[in-house]
Design a protein. Structure first.
Length: 386
């Protein structure tokens, strides 16, 4: 969901560069269990209420957890618990659109106006000048509707609006109250509005919701039985850790577990588990979801300045980030919604993957950055170990 307050770090820096973090071990690979647990413990130590991690290295899967699932009960973080993946949803949506491109049902160079006439208009916004590719790559210049959404502003606003229902057209209409940030294709700015529009285009092309197409094309074929689009349902399936948001530095952690995820729609509504999300990334990079021509399009990148503030050299493709590491780089997408932050990484061949879920959002940027740098070190160590 990145933006406004979500994944405050790379939008104050989305989510993650120095690899040197106090307390982070860097000894030889120990088989996985100890290293993953040490990293999860370190991330928890920066103030996150709960952390769960999974590493799959050439078929060997290890898991770790730290902290509590609930501040009220003190119950431990569940093993392989459900969590809101946030903006990883964008990668699923991009895959669906690229599959439709491969089926010659639309083109990346089609204008938004062709599929959604009159939707992107007003205050200088012009859907005739914006392509599907520019939506997926965040080079459209369209403003982020989250900047006008009270849900992410303050604890009081969250409590007042957390169960509000939103439809996609309404979210886009919020963004249309702002002028474009730049002319299409001339710069880069992360905007959740782009992917709400992408979901609307999927519906227009197929006659089905983006959620149905994600299920039919990705979740069902890969047997990702613990990944789903919740619709208006504000709860998560069990087991799960509760999510907490610190709305101001030094302020209390506010329980933000329950809210209506229609507020993030195709930009960030999906729920998953570490096992399922790792399997998705491995299948994607393993060539099981996209033909080579569409995969090549997905991997065409431009500089991603938000993420590059904490991950130098980060670049953005079509719903996917390219992040340099010590062995050549990996693919990923950070995610964040109120109370939950997701990080991941997968080798280009899909044979190694790491997933981390943190059930807090902190207003303290120093702690957030340190935790994400620590997470990045774990991803690098795991994906690059010999």
């Amino acid at each position: 969901m990145r933006g406004a307050r979500s994944v405050r770090v790379a939008v104050a820096a989305t989510l993650v560069g120095a690899l040197v973090v106090a307390g982070a071990a860097s000894d030889a690979f120990d088989g996985g269990e100890g290293r993953l647990q040490a990293a999860v413990d370190d991330v928890h130590g920066y103030g996150f209420t709960g952390v769960q991690g999974l590493a799959d290295v050439d078929g060997r899967v290890t898991t770790a957890r730290a902290g509590v699932a609930s501040l009220a009960t003190g119950a431990p973080v569940p093993v392989n618990g459900y969590f809101r993946m946030g903006s990883d949803t964008k990668t699923f949506v991009s895959v669906v659109l690229l599959q439709l491109v491969g089926e010659a049902r639309l083109s990346l160079d089609d204008s938004v106006e062709r599929w959604l006439p009159g939707v992107v208009a007003g205050n200088g916004n012009d859907g005739r000048k914006i392509t599907v590719r520019e939506l997926l790559q965040h080079t459209s210049g369209i403003a982020n509707y989250l900047d006008r959404l009270p849900l992410v502003a303050t604890a009081e606003d969250f409590q007042a609006h957390r169960f509000d229902h939103y439809d996609a057209a309404g979210l886009v209409a919020l963004a249309m109250k702002n002028p474009p940030l730049f002319a299409p294709g001339t710069s880069w700015s992360y905007s959740n509005t782009n992917y709400v529009l992408a979901g609307m285009i999927i519906n227009r092309v197929t006659g089905h919701s983006w959620a149905q197409e994600v299920y039919d094309r990705i979740l069902a074929p890969l047997h990702l039985n613990h990944t789903y689009v919740p619709g208006d349902e504000p709860t998560l399936r069990n087991p799960h850790a509760d999510g907490y948001t610190q709305f101001a530095p030094g302020g209390p952690l506010v329980d933000t577990t329950l809210f209506n995820p229609t507020s993030v729609d195709a930009a960030g509504a999906m729920i998953t588990t570490p096992t399922d999300l790792a399997r998705f990334w491995e299948a994607l990079q393993g060539g099981r979801l996209l033909a080579p021509a569409q995969m090549a399009q997905m991997h065409k990148t431009v500089p991603e300045p938000d993420l590059a503030q904490v991950f130098p050299g980060a670049r953005y493709g079509l719903g996917i980030s390219s992040i340099p590491d010590s062995c050549g780089g990996y693919w990923a997408h950070a995610g964040g919604v109120p109370g939950m932050t997701t990080l991941n990484g997968v080798r280009p061949d899909g044979k190694r993957a790491v997933v981390l879920s943190m059930s807090s959002e902190l207003a303290d940027q120093a702690s957030q950055v340190s935790a994400l740098q620590r997470a990045r070190k774990l991803i690098d160590d795991t994906l690059c170990q010999r």
